[in-house]
Ligand binder design. Structure first.
Ligand code: GTP
Ligand code: MG
Length: 401
């Protein structure tokens, strides 16, 4: 990657969502030069299972946009693409990914049209309060001009009354590199929300790792790393942060959670070291923690802030809710029934997923007893899913009250 000063350009996370096989990972590969499906099961089955990540810098060379690392042009934006799985069983993973997206590209294969997860992912973006959606009609190399026009009209009809009503719709072929500069232009057009001053920081942990190679000398060991997105406020090197729910361990068959406190040793936006972080894009934080505490995503789903700023974790929450008119994920257009006492719901909150039992049904709110406790941040948006024959389908969204 060319030499750029990351503190001088905007950083943004762009999610790539949509129905299975519509070409999300291919598009990410074309935009970033990286193939995100790397897990053996993903390669074997040819589908995305885990969230994929890839970084790119968008350059402007005499009005032509590119992500060419050799570009002598002007760097405009540092983008981290977050690739979501389209498989209907992996909705929870998609929702956790949506928590760290600043904006999203909804991929619709023009030869197949609107499919169940096209719908479900679009409502998921709404549930996660993502305001900017770019729509691409992919695989136009496979269809005639008439079919492309028909697909465009279908998409226009589909987005009526949704968050994507005024979204740009760009015909592309990810595989044949058609119109990808127009996608870059729309990414550059996404408005960057400036952080409010003096707000307590809120960092969502999407990944956590141990970056040390086996056999590293003790004096050269790096502390545990947290990867994710800063949603609010600022963080600086030297800040003492608190991570909740934190470390989980099983005692006598019951999970216990312990808040973790540590100091920020270093930070990176993409591949660039920074000293102070503001929202927008992905952030990696090196802590003083023993890396065994952060290895293998053990802290993903936690949230971090300055010491004392987060509420206590809770196994009981009350949420206000809005139900969708129909169940989107299955394609059956079934109506969403009201909540019932004792039914189990899957909740997506920040980057975490928990299952809760409905213990009280009010007029506009429900009370839930959770299996995994959460940090009950007020006003944080929650995706609500119900089980239909073994599949969690998104049925609405809510907020902790
Ligand atoms: N003809 C054509 N094929 C494409 C295009 N984009 C992607 N494909 C093919 O479509 C298939 C699926 O592509 P992926 O990128 O893996 O799809 P995905 O949306 O990431 O799939 P999941 O992650 O499993 O939801 C692959 O065989 C791609 O080569 C395109 O523009 N034109
Ligand atoms: Mg994929």
């Amino acid at each position: 990657m060319g030499k750029i000063d990351i503190s001088k350009i905007d950083t943004i996370n762009i999610g790539i969502v949509g129905h299975i096989d519509h070409g999300k990972t291919t598009l990410l590969q074309r935009l970033s030069g990286k193939w995100a499906d790397t897990h053996s099961e993903e390669l074997k089955r040819g589908i995305t299972i885990k969230l994929g990540y890839a970084d790119a810098v968008i350059f402007d060379e005499d009005g032509k946009l590119s992500v060419d690392s050799e570009s002598k042009g002007n760097p405009l934006r540092y983008v981290t693409f977050v690739d979501a799985p389209g498989h209907e069983m992996l909705m929870a993973t998609m929702l956790s990914g949506a928590a760290i997206m600043d904006a999203a590209i909804l991929v619709v294969a023009a030869n197949e049209g609107i499919k169940p997860q096209t719908q479900e992912h679009l409502v998921a973006l709404k549930a996660k309060k993502i305001k900017k959606v770019i729509i691409v009609q992919n695989k136009i190399d496979l269809i005639s001009k008439e079919q492309a026009v028909k697909n465009y009209k279908d998409i226009k009809e589909f987005v009526k009354g949704t968050i994507a009503e005024d979204s740009p719709i760009i015909p592309i072929s990810a595989q044949q590199n058609v119109n990808l500069d127009k996608v870059l232009q729309e990414i550059v057009n996404v408005e960057i929300v400036k952080p409010e001053k003096n707000e307590a920081p809120l960092f969502l942990v999407a990944r956590s790792f141990d970056i040390n190679k086996p056999g590293t000398m003790l004096s050269e060991l790096h502390g545990g790393i947290l990867g994710g997105a800063l949603k609010k406020g600022t963080l600086k090197i030297g800040d003492v942060i608190e991570i909740k729910p934190g470390h989980s361990s099983k005692k006598h068959g019951v999970y216990e959670y312990k808040t973790i406190t540590s100091k920020i040793v270093s930070m990176q936006k993409g591949n660039y070291p920074i000293t102070e972080a503001t929202p927008g894009g992905s952030l990696a934080i090196e802590t003083e923690l023993d890396p065994s505490l952060t290895k293998a995503d053990s802290l993903s789903g936690s949230v971090a802030s300055l010491e004392g700023a987060l509420p206590e974790i809770s196994e009981k929450i009350t949420i206000s809710y809005t139900l969708f008119g129909e169940v989107f994920g299955s394609g059956s257009h079934e109506e969403v029934a009201e909540f019932k006492m004792n039914e189990l719901l899957m909740l997506s909150m920040n980057t975490t997923i928990t299952v809760g039992k409905v213990v009280k049904v009010g007029k506009d709110s429900i009370e839930l007893a959770l299996k995994i406790p959460v940090v009950p941040l007020k006003k944080e948006s929650i995706g609500i899913a119900r089980n239909f024959g073994g599949h969690w389908r998104l049925i609405g969204f809510g907020e902790i009250i």
